[in-house]
Design a protein around this ligand. Structure first.
Ligand code: FES
Ligand code: FES
Length: 202
Protein backbone atom coordinates (compact mmCIF):
# COMPACT_ATOMS: atom_id res chain seq x y z
CA UNK A 1 0.00 0.00 0.00
CA UNK A 2 1.36 3.42 -0.92
CA UNK A 3 2.16 5.70 2.00
CA UNK A 4 1.75 9.46 1.93
CA UNK A 5 4.90 11.48 1.47
CA UNK A 6 5.81 13.90 4.31
CA UNK A 7 5.28 16.67 1.78
CA UNK A 8 1.58 15.95 1.88
CA UNK A 9 1.41 17.03 5.53
CA UNK A 10 1.44 20.51 7.02
CA UNK A 11 1.18 22.05 10.44
CA UNK A 12 -1.95 24.12 10.66
CA UNK A 13 -3.25 26.39 13.39
CA UNK A 14 -7.00 26.53 13.62
CA UNK A 15 -8.85 29.21 15.55
CA UNK A 16 -11.84 27.33 16.94
CA UNK A 17 -14.28 28.95 19.31
CA UNK A 18 -11.65 31.54 20.20
CA UNK A 19 -8.90 29.02 20.96
CA UNK A 20 -5.94 28.19 18.78
CA UNK A 21 -5.21 24.53 18.02
CA UNK A 22 -2.05 23.53 16.17
CA UNK A 23 -1.89 20.10 14.55
CA UNK A 24 -0.22 18.40 11.64
CA UNK A 25 -2.63 17.19 9.04
CA UNK A 26 -2.62 15.48 5.70
CA UNK A 27 -3.53 18.15 3.17
CA UNK A 28 -6.56 16.08 2.24
CA UNK A 29 -7.99 16.15 5.77
CA UNK A 30 -11.33 17.87 5.89
CA UNK A 31 -12.15 20.36 8.59
CA UNK A 32 -14.85 17.95 9.74
CA UNK A 33 -12.39 15.11 10.26
CA UNK A 34 -9.87 17.43 11.89
CA UNK A 35 -12.52 18.52 14.37
CA UNK A 36 -13.89 15.08 15.12
CA UNK A 37 -10.92 12.75 14.71
CA UNK A 38 -8.01 14.94 15.73
CA UNK A 39 -9.46 17.41 18.20
CA UNK A 40 -12.21 15.24 19.72
CA UNK A 41 -14.76 17.94 19.02
CA UNK A 42 -17.55 15.56 18.14
CA UNK A 43 -20.40 18.03 18.44
CA UNK A 44 -20.13 18.61 14.71
CA UNK A 45 -21.76 15.61 13.08
CA UNK A 46 -20.93 13.64 9.95
CA UNK A 47 -23.92 12.65 7.89
CA UNK A 48 -23.46 12.33 4.15
CA UNK A 49 -19.81 13.50 4.07
CA UNK A 50 -20.49 15.06 0.66
CA UNK A 51 -22.10 18.41 1.30
CA UNK A 52 -25.73 17.42 1.04
CA UNK A 53 -27.20 17.07 4.52
CA UNK A 54 -25.87 20.01 6.53
CA UNK A 55 -25.16 17.88 9.61
CA UNK A 56 -21.58 19.16 9.69
CA UNK A 57 -22.45 22.86 9.45
CA UNK A 58 -20.08 25.19 11.29
CA UNK A 59 -19.52 28.91 11.00
CA UNK A 60 -16.48 30.21 9.15
CA UNK A 61 -16.02 33.91 9.78
CA UNK A 62 -19.65 33.88 10.98
CA UNK A 63 -20.97 32.43 7.73
CA UNK A 64 -22.33 28.93 7.29
CA UNK A 65 -20.08 26.25 5.84
CA UNK A 66 -20.31 22.50 5.60
CA UNK A 67 -17.13 21.25 7.27
CA UNK A 68 -17.03 18.07 5.16
CA UNK A 69 -16.27 20.18 2.06
CA UNK A 70 -13.62 22.37 3.68
CA UNK A 71 -10.00 21.37 3.90
CA UNK A 72 -8.50 21.90 7.34
CA UNK A 73 -5.45 23.60 5.83
CA UNK A 74 -7.71 26.10 4.07
CA UNK A 75 -9.38 27.04 7.35
CA UNK A 76 -6.22 28.47 8.84
CA UNK A 77 -6.60 32.14 9.67
CA UNK A 78 -10.37 31.95 9.74
CA UNK A 79 -12.68 32.23 12.71
CA UNK A 80 -14.25 28.81 13.18
CA UNK A 81 -17.30 28.43 15.39
CA UNK A 82 -18.67 24.99 16.18
CA UNK A 83 -21.65 23.96 18.25
CA UNK A 84 -19.30 23.77 21.25
CA UNK A 85 -18.73 27.52 20.93
CA UNK A 86 -22.31 28.71 20.42
CA UNK A 87 -23.26 29.09 24.09
CA UNK A 88 -21.83 31.81 26.34
CA UNK A 89 -20.40 29.64 29.11
CA UNK A 90 -23.40 28.14 30.92
CA UNK A 91 -25.79 30.51 29.16
CA UNK A 92 -27.37 28.83 26.15
CA UNK A 93 -27.61 30.77 22.92
CA UNK A 94 -31.21 31.88 22.25
CA UNK A 95 -31.34 29.44 19.32
CA UNK A 96 -30.30 26.56 21.59
CA UNK A 97 -32.86 27.59 24.19
CA UNK A 98 -35.60 27.80 21.56
CA UNK A 99 -34.76 24.33 20.25
CA UNK A 100 -35.05 23.03 23.82
CA UNK A 101 -38.25 24.88 24.61
CA UNK A 102 -40.02 23.96 21.37
CA UNK A 103 -38.76 20.38 20.87
CA UNK A 104 -36.76 21.27 17.77
CA UNK A 105 -35.12 17.85 17.75
CA UNK A 106 -35.87 14.19 18.13
CA UNK A 107 -32.73 12.04 17.87
CA UNK A 108 -30.64 15.22 17.90
CA UNK A 109 -28.18 14.12 15.25
CA UNK A 110 -28.89 17.01 12.89
CA UNK A 111 -29.34 19.51 15.73
CA UNK A 112 -25.80 20.94 15.98
CA UNK A 113 -25.83 21.74 12.28
CA UNK A 114 -29.36 23.11 12.46
CA UNK A 115 -28.43 25.37 15.34
CA UNK A 116 -25.25 26.66 13.68
CA UNK A 117 -27.24 27.36 10.52
CA UNK A 118 -30.01 29.09 12.42
CA UNK A 119 -27.56 31.38 14.22
CA UNK A 120 -26.20 32.53 10.86
CA UNK A 121 -29.65 32.68 9.24
CA UNK A 122 -30.79 35.17 11.87
CA UNK A 123 -27.65 37.25 11.28
CA UNK A 124 -28.12 37.12 7.52
CA UNK A 125 -31.75 38.10 7.75
CA UNK A 126 -31.07 40.95 10.15
CA UNK A 127 -28.41 42.23 7.74
CA UNK A 128 -31.04 42.39 5.02
CA UNK A 129 -29.85 39.54 2.87
CA UNK A 130 -32.63 38.25 0.62
CA UNK A 131 -33.30 34.56 0.03
CA UNK A 132 -34.84 32.69 -2.89
CA UNK A 133 -38.17 33.08 -1.09
CA UNK A 134 -37.91 36.88 -0.90
CA UNK A 135 -40.38 38.70 -3.15
CA UNK A 136 -38.85 42.16 -3.06
CA UNK A 137 -35.07 41.93 -3.29
CA UNK A 138 -34.41 45.66 -3.74
CA UNK A 139 -31.88 46.82 -1.10
CA UNK A 140 -34.21 49.63 -0.04
CA UNK A 141 -36.92 47.07 0.74
CA UNK A 142 -34.97 45.96 3.83
CA UNK A 143 -35.24 42.55 5.45
CA UNK A 144 -38.37 40.66 4.40
CA UNK A 145 -40.79 39.40 7.04
CA UNK A 146 -39.31 36.27 8.56
CA UNK A 147 -42.15 34.02 7.51
CA UNK A 148 -42.12 30.24 7.75
CA UNK A 149 -41.41 30.19 4.01
CA UNK A 150 -38.37 32.41 4.51
CA UNK A 151 -37.10 30.25 7.36
CA UNK A 152 -37.62 27.02 5.43
CA UNK A 153 -35.79 28.38 2.41
CA UNK A 154 -32.90 29.75 4.45
CA UNK A 155 -32.60 26.49 6.43
CA UNK A 156 -33.02 24.28 3.38
CA UNK A 157 -29.41 23.07 3.45
CA UNK A 158 -30.06 21.23 6.71
CA UNK A 159 -31.90 17.96 6.50
CA UNK A 160 -33.56 16.23 9.46
CA UNK A 161 -34.23 12.56 9.09
CA UNK A 162 -36.56 12.61 12.10
CA UNK A 163 -38.72 15.22 10.38
CA UNK A 164 -38.65 17.73 13.23
CA UNK A 165 -39.12 20.53 10.75
CA UNK A 166 -42.27 22.09 12.17
CA UNK A 167 -40.61 22.61 15.54
CA UNK A 168 -37.35 23.71 13.95
CA UNK A 169 -39.13 26.48 12.04
CA UNK A 170 -40.86 27.60 15.21
CA UNK A 171 -37.60 27.52 17.16
CA UNK A 172 -35.80 29.64 14.58
CA UNK A 173 -38.69 32.10 14.57
CA UNK A 174 -38.68 32.29 18.39
CA UNK A 175 -34.94 32.93 18.48
CA UNK A 176 -35.26 35.55 15.76
CA UNK A 177 -37.92 37.33 17.78
CA UNK A 178 -35.40 37.64 20.60
CA UNK A 179 -33.05 39.38 18.20
CA UNK A 180 -33.88 43.09 18.32
CA UNK A 181 -32.28 43.77 14.95
CA UNK A 182 -34.58 41.25 13.34
CA UNK A 183 -37.84 42.34 14.86
CA UNK A 184 -37.20 46.09 14.91
CA UNK A 185 -38.88 46.93 11.64
CA UNK A 186 -40.79 43.77 10.95
CA UNK A 187 -44.08 43.90 12.83
CA UNK A 188 -45.47 40.95 10.89
CA UNK A 189 -42.57 38.65 11.72
CA UNK A 190 -44.87 36.93 14.21
CA UNK A 191 -46.64 34.64 14.39
CA UNK A 192 -44.75 32.49 11.93
CA UNK A 193 -47.07 32.34 8.99
CA UNK A 194 -47.89 28.82 7.91
CA UNK A 195 -45.58 27.04 10.35
CA UNK A 196 -48.49 25.09 11.73
CA UNK A 197 -49.31 23.70 8.29
CA UNK A 198 -45.95 22.89 6.84
CA UNK A 199 -44.25 19.58 7.29
CA UNK A 200 -40.77 20.48 6.13
CA UNK A 201 -38.18 23.16 6.63
CA UNK A 202 -35.96 21.76 3.94
S1 FES B 1 -21.80 15.61 6.43
FE1 FES B 1 -21.32 17.50 5.55
S2 FES B 1 -23.09 18.06 4.46
FE2 FES B 1 -23.51 16.05 5.15
S1 FES C 1 -33.60 15.27 15.06
FE1 FES C 1 -33.03 13.34 14.26
S2 FES C 1 -32.15 13.82 12.35
FE2 FES C 1 -32.98 15.68 13.02
Amino acid sequence: MATASPSTYSAVTLNINGEKHTLTVDHRTTLLDALRERLDMTGTKKGCDQGQCGACTVLLDKRRAVACLQLAVAAEGREITTIEGIAEGEQLHPVQQAFLDLDGYQCGYCTPGQICSAVAVIEEHAAGWPSAATDDVRPEAGPPPLTAEEIRERMSGNLCRCGAYVSIVQAVARAAEADARTTQDIPDARPVQGAEHEGAAA
